[in-house]
Design a protein around this ligand. Structure first.
Ligand code: 3PG
Length: 413
């Protein structure tokens, strides 16, 4: 049986002809051997030599290990391995993030990054609105967007949810959203909630304030377009998808369906199962890139190690930078920093993000304000204003009592 080597170390491949991934590998095997078994498993091989693999098939479809740097392996997959009309993200992931996570020979492996060639990118819509589109809708050209997640996560009636949204808008917030666990439970039916929230948003607009609320329509694949269409007909101005539970294909379906005319807010609930272990799983970076490719307009990317969720500042910064990368040919996507945020963190988050193009959200950091939702929203808005103006929050708080109370309660620096 002919033996094949997947090692092409140092080879320069054409980035338009390969999907290139980097993996961090932990193994007792020599790294070259581990990299070969990875390339074999994910492309033309398996755990043993096989009589059915011919050289011409191997040459055309075999993965190429083009770099090994310590425990980081760079693997180039020929574009011919991918099937875009039927397949798309599910098939891409089966290759670049499939069986490899369970291989005995590799103790741990983490997909750190993925570079999609033009021939694959052109099969995906990218954001329809993106940063510029969201800013235009909100008439907020420069300042960071500032939002809330309605709290409690579940349990409020449609009327109380709409009241929360209205109060948030009166406090200056530009965005609000359903939480990831709220969809169409009996205590808060989707239709009643969407209608009531639309009334709040319309009222705010008539009073001179523009605001978006993302309605969570995450559901089974065969129903998602229908549910999104209904939500839109009931007045939804933005819809939200829990991407890792609903699937990337859900975003793509919504982004490509011409009947859906509102921006898509992408929540990443469950990401910790993939992203948290620094040595195993999938980093947020390729997930963020896929969300953008599939058509997300705003994507949760982490809080740069500052909020309640585990996250490393430099990794989260890479996620944010990827949202702005113009070389991929898509509109830029709004990075959303959310999870355990309070007003006293806002300036640090903006500084660490390195951009004013960011949406900062607080659930508890708004609803937990002793003065109620409106004052909580004012505290968050004031924090964003201060950061935008480059004024230290404690200084700004001297003339902004809602911020002052928030800083006293949750701290600053
Ligand atoms: C989210 O959707 O990001 C979380 O529910 C945020 O809620 P928190 O601000 O209260 O942590």
């Amino acid at each position: 049986m002919e033996e094949f080597s997947y090692l092409h170390l140092g080879e320069k491949v054409d980035p338009d002809k390969y999907l290139i991934c980097t993996y961090r590998i932990t193994t007792d095997l020599p790294m070259k051997k581990a990299a070969e078994s990875l390339a074999a498993e994910q492309t033309t091989g398996t755990w043993t030599g096989i009589s059915t693999l011919e050289r011409k098939t191997f040459e055309k479809y075999g993965g190429r290990v083009i770099g090994i740097d310590g425990n980081v392996v760079t693997l180039a997959y020929p574009v011919a391995d991918f099937s875009m009309d039927v397949g798309a993200v599910p098939q891409i992931l089966s290759i670049i993030a499939g069986n490899l996570f369970g291989l005995h020979s590799i103790d741990k492996i983490r997909l750190e990054d993925a570079f999609f060639p033009k021939s694959i990118r052109k099969e995906f819509p990218g954001p329809r609105f993106g940063i510029a589109g969201l800013r235009k809708i909100l008439k907020r050209p420069e300042k960071p967007l500032v939002g809330t997640i309605v709290k409690p996560k579940i349990g409020l009636s449609p009327k109380d949810t709409a009241k929360y949204v209205y109060e948030s808008g009166k406090g200056g917030l530009t965005n609000s959203k359903d939480d990831e666990t709220l969809v169409n439970q009996k205590f808060c039916p989707l239709e009643d909630r969407t209608v009531a929230i639309a009334e709040s948003l319309d009222k705010l607009k008539s009073e001179g304030h523009r605001m978006l609320h993302a309605i969570n329509i995450s559901t089974s694949g065969h129903k998602i377009i229908e549910v999104a269409e209904k939500a839109q007909a009931w007045g939804a101005k933005q819809i939200m998808v829990d991407v890792l539970t609903a699937g990337f294909a859900a975003i793509q379906a919504l982004a490509e369906d011409r009947s859906i005319k509102v921006p898509l807010h992408i929540h990443r609930t469950m990401h910790g199962a993939m992203t948290r272990d620094p040595l195993h799983g999938i980093a947020m970076l390729p997930i963020a890139k896929l969300c953008r490719m599939c058509g997300g307009d705003a994507v949760h990317v982490g809080t740069l190690g500052i909020g309640k969720m585990e996250g490393d500042p430099s990794g989260d910064r890479d996620n944010i930078d990827s949202c702005f990368d113009r070389s991929v040919g898509y509109k830029t996507v709004m990075p959303v920093c959310s999870g355990g945020v309070s007003p006293g963190m806002v300036d640090r988050i903006i500084e660490a993000a390195g951009s004013m193009d960011v949406q900062i959200q607080a659930g508890g950091g708004v609803a937990g304000h002793p003065g109620g939702v409106r004052k909580g929203a004012m505290g968050m808005s004031q924090a964003v204003d201060a950061a935008f103006l480059g004024i230290p929050l404690d200084e700004y708080a001297k003339t902004h009592p809602e911020l002052k109370i928030a800083l006293e309660l949750w701290g600053y620096r």
